[in-house]
Design a protein around this ligand. Structure first.
Ligand code: 4NP
Length: 158
């Protein structure tokens, strides 16, 4: 089993959406690839909450149901458990790497937009304080990135 963790700030908008998009891609394949996904936030202030209602609704309209419950990223445990840790923006990336001062897990940590093929964006923007278009744009980016990530994993024969 290959384990992927998506990480944003609050774990109620971007990373639960990434988890849902990727999980939907995985389950649509037959046979399903041996990939498990989860998500977490660098901050814990929304721990225990469902994903933001606006994001759940926008995802649901695309046939993607977001069921994850917010939790904070757990340095040592998550670094060990996951094979790939995917940050949504540079702040998330920095906050994750700060918990790995020795650099032991550096190669596991990447940025979501590294896998985009149609978009040139360098990070997934935080949609929390913006309007509805922000949620649609995040989902567009995540669908592009998850397709690219799936292709990457196939090429790596995982
Ligand atoms: P996320 O979005 O990191 O994509 O889950 C945010 C959610 C909540 C807050 C910030 C970003 N907040 O400040 O409460």
């Amino acid at each position: 089993m290959y384990n992927i963790l998506f990480v944003c700030l609050g774990n109620i908008c971007r990373s639960p959406a990434a988890e849902g998009v990727m999980d939907t891609l995985i389950s649509r394949q037959n046979p399903s690839p041996q990939i498990q996904v989860d998500s977490a936030g660098t901050a814990g202030y929304h721990a225990g909450e469902k994903a933001d209602r606006r994001m759940r609704q926008a995802a649901s309209a695309r046939g993607i149901e977001l069921t994850s419950i917010s939790r904070q990223f757990r340095g040592r445990e998550d670094f060990e458990k996951f094979d790939l840790i995917v940050a949504m923006d540079d702040e998330n990336l920095r906050d994750i790497l700060r918990l790995d001062p020795s650099g032991r897990y550096r190669d596991k940590v990447v940025k979501m937009t590294d896998f985009c093929r149609r978009y040139n964006d360098k990070y997934v923007p935080d949609p929390y304080y913006g309007g509805p278009n922000g949620f649609e744009y995040v989902l567009d980016l995540l669908e592009d990135a998850c397709n690219g990530l799936m292709e990457h994993l196939k090429n790596a024969k995982l």
